[in-house]
Design a protein around this ligand. Structure first.
Ligand code: ADP
Length: 502
């Protein structure tokens, strides 16, 4: 049985997978790459090919950007804010109507488990579209009480306008392929921009299907272009393009640096959502059942392939042994398998490369003297790119498993003695994306929230996101905010208008 004939497959997903080549979406049309080249995308649960995908390179980036620019200056500029809202709401309805199909494509291409795709990724996608649809009619400027001290008695009307930025290039990763695409598309279009979306080469399918739904919703051709391709070619060409006005990038810190450098040519705006090595801190007075669940979800959700993974767990020394052995026991029992099987609780990693990278970190941890309490190997007998859920103790803050982003199901659990010590250690990496704190002491909770150098702090919870809540990091986890009202700032620019009333 091949993936495409699996009995549980939605007929629409099967029809999509039956296509010979998944083409680029440029100017509202499915087109081959200018070079004619294609690449294969695979199912990480089996290693089997899912389909051939047209491979965008510089010429295709040029075509997509030209189409986006023409749409921005032409038809899209005539669409009123209220109509933009209706179009985004229509797209949300289509995403809901195709939720199973999209979730299955996501699961097959990325490896994530179908329950998480259906209950997490997909509802968040339509919610984001509806949230930003609501914003379209509320993006307003202000009038300003100007004084002009060097021109006594003069009268002016001054006001500001929030305008679209123009052509937005979105370079996104493979861990939440559809969600990341929608997270960019929704605010970008709500603010009147147009989009050239480059999905990750490992997971191009759901974004291509989304591009078709965009057209079905009635959004004009060219407003959204989807161009799968590789990072150093298509991604780099988009980041460097002289007619792209903004890049929104999510991915590794190293690639983020390359994107910033490439953006210098036309000084395009850049927002970056990069890596993390996030602390999840359990104090001795915490609700230990809730904290245990939060530790588990924090690291193992999406196979640990989340930028917000709680990959450094700090547990107060008085509760350390109990919590760490409970975590290890639970990790050993996770049922691993293909994400498309509804009984699976943890899928494969996205690719063989990623699996090797994660196994490399596990080896480094062992060599550095950390102690394995669970996992530590490739999961045997499953075929695809599976790594066992892995729990390390006896970890020193300086070890690579405690400093570097692993992006897999590997957690370092470390004891601590007091608040000041754990705060300093929690802040002791170059990253600052998220942090979790578990305590019943309300003052301590808020003290920690103030002291943690992170873009997002969860108090007595972990891994919660919402369309309305800003998302992004500090330090080398990036800058700019996606989601929530702050995203509107990131996708608009302010014009200052003076009117002489003298
Ligand atoms: P990973 O190594 O886990 O794939 P990356 O940060 O390299 O993470 O990838 C995130 C996104 O960035 C992907 O869409 C990828 O194709 C793209 N990318 C990779 N290298 C570059 C680059 N030099 N310029 C622009 N985009 C890139």
């Amino acid at each position: 049985m091949t993936t495409a004939t699996a009995p549980q497959l939605n007929p629409d997903a099967r029809r999509f997978l039956d296509r010979k080549v998944h083409k680029l979406l440029i100017d509202g049309k499915a087109v081959d790459a200018a070079s004619g080249k294609t690449f294969l995308t695979t199912n990480p649960a089996t290693g089997e090919t899912l389909g051939a995908v047209s491979e965008a390179d510089k010429a295709d980036v040029d075509a997509a950007v030209a189409s986006a620019r023409a749409a921005f200056e032409g038809p899209w500029s005539k669409v009123t804010p209220s109509e933009r809202g209706k179009l985004l709401n229509k797209l949300a309805d289509l995403v809901d109507a195709h939720a199973e199909e999209l979730a299955q494509l996501e699961t097959l291409d990325n490896g994530k488990i179908i329950g998480e795709a259906m209950k997490g990724d997909l509802p968040l996608c339509s919610d984001l579209l509806r949230y930003f649809a609501g914003w379209t009619t509320k993006i307003a400027g202000e009038t300003t009480p100007v004084s002009v001290p060097y021109y006594p008695g003069a009268k002016f009307l001054h006001y500001t306008v929030r305008e679209a930025i123009g052509v937005v290039g979105a370079i996104i990763p493979w861990n939440f392929p559809l969600l990341m695409a929608v997270e960019r598309l929704a605010p970008a279009l709500a603010c009147g921009n147009v989009l050239v979306l480059k999905p990750a080469e490992q997971t191009p399918l759901s974004a291509l299907r989304l591009g078709e739904l965009v057209l079905e919703a009635g959004i004009p051709p060219g407003v959204v272009n989807v161009i799968p391709g590789f990072g150093p070619t298509a991604g780099a060409a988009l980041a460097a393009h002289m007619d792209v006005d903004k890049i929104t990038f999510t991915g590794s810190t190293e690639t983020g640096r390359a994107v910033v450098k490439a953006s210098a040519g036309n000084l395009k705006k850049v927002s970056l959502e990069l890596g993390g090595k996030s602390p999840n801190i359990v104090f001795d007075d915490a609700d230990l059942d809730a904290a245990a669940k939060g530790m588990f979800m924090g690291i193992f959700y999406n196979q640990g392939q989340t930028c917000s993974a709680g990959s450094r767990v700090f547990v107060h020394k008085s509760k350390f042994d109990g919590l760490v052995s409970a975590l290890a026991e639970r990790a050993k029992k996770i049922r691993q398998g293909p994400g498309i099987d509804p009984t699976t609780r943890m899928g494969p990693l996205v690719s063989e490369t990623q699996m090797k990278r994660v196994l490399g970190y596990i080896e480094a941890g062992k060599k550095d003297g950390a102690k394995l309490l669970a996992g530590g190997e490739r999961a045997a007998g499953l075929g695809g790119w599976f790594v066992q859920p892995t729990v390390f103790t006896d970890v020193k803050d300086s070890m690579s498993i405690a400093q570097e982003e692993i992006f897999g199901p590997v957690v370092a659990v470390m004891p601590f003695e007091d608040e000041a010590e754990v705060l300093a250690r929690a802040n002791g990496t170059p990253y600052g994306l998220v942090a979790g704190v578990w305590t019943k002491d309300i003052k301590r909770a808020f003290r920690m929230a103030q002291g943690l150098k992170a873009g997002v702090v969860w108090l007595n919870c972990y891994q919660f996101v919402d369309a309305a809540a800003p998302w992004g990091g500090v330090k080398q986890s990036g800058y700019g905010r996606e989601k929530g009202p702050y995203a509107i700032e990131g996708y608009t620019q302010v014009k200052s208008v003076w009117v002489d009333l003298n």
